[in-house]
Design a protein around this ligand. Sequence first.
Ligand code: SIN
Length: 321
Amino acid sequence: MQVVDEKKWQQWVVLGTGGTIAGTATNPSDLTAYTAAQLGVEVLLDAVPGLQETLQGDRLVCEQVAQLDSKDMDHATWQLLAQRCVHWLAQPDVGGIVITHGTDTLEETAWFLQSVLDTRKPVVLTCAMRPATAPMPDGPGNLRDALTVVRHPEACGVLVVCAGGIHRARDVQKVHPSRLDAFSSGEAGPCGRVEHSQVLWAATQALTPVHPHARKALAASVADWPWVEVVYSHAGADARKIHLLVTAGVRGLVVAGTGNGTIHQSLLTALLEARRQGVAVRLTTRCADGQIVGQTAAWQTTAPGLNPFKARIALMLDLMA
Ligand code: SIN
């Protein structure tokens, strides 16, 4: 793997997008009743312990790209964020980017950026499970860890840093609604850890190839992005949801199948009909871990290991041809 000389970079960029890390509460000890996305990214950086030690003389540039609760993340914000990443990554003295983000859709943003950014410089997303006004907020430590990771000479691609874990965009998933260590990389495991401000890699860092339609995603009006939905197969599944989506003009369906990608009998005919009408159908599994093995004949599966929401992004990009 190509090792980059850390010394040549002088600037690191922090992009703010909102989330609980920027959240505030009227009653600081209430860790659930708060409003996400209230504080600017400069305020978040001011709260980072030992920031100057972490930066070791390098400069930070920050920019507020969005200010939202990530449950409301949308394609326009993704495109703007990717465009700002492209801008900053093209600056010769910028070594990498840290993005502060809500936890709820963080894995989707990470996978979108991984799919469209053609760079070996690292982009590190970080977050918090407690608002900034909490008596012991986790955001400042996570942000410091993210800055430590982005400055590491072996860091590359899109990574997620939370509660000491370093995760790849492909593997990471939010698995818990409240604990501080809310993310898991499933069977792949985290690709590293930050301990006492040291980065300990568990695996060699490798780049994921950029999607062939990345440029279209960066330039095309988001109104023209293909409409792709996730449909779950479950007990009592009703084919009317497929009919309604097809009638409304959906271009792609990602089916989150049961187990090893099986689909409820009641959905099968509707899905075959959707495909006959030109809707792209991809199969994935609703299981939290693992991937579909050995099912290739009837339905096209998604790239191995993508959860249904990342598979939706992959299919949307595929359909931008
Ligand atoms: C959000 O995703 O913006 C709110 C929840 C969080 O950051 O934990």
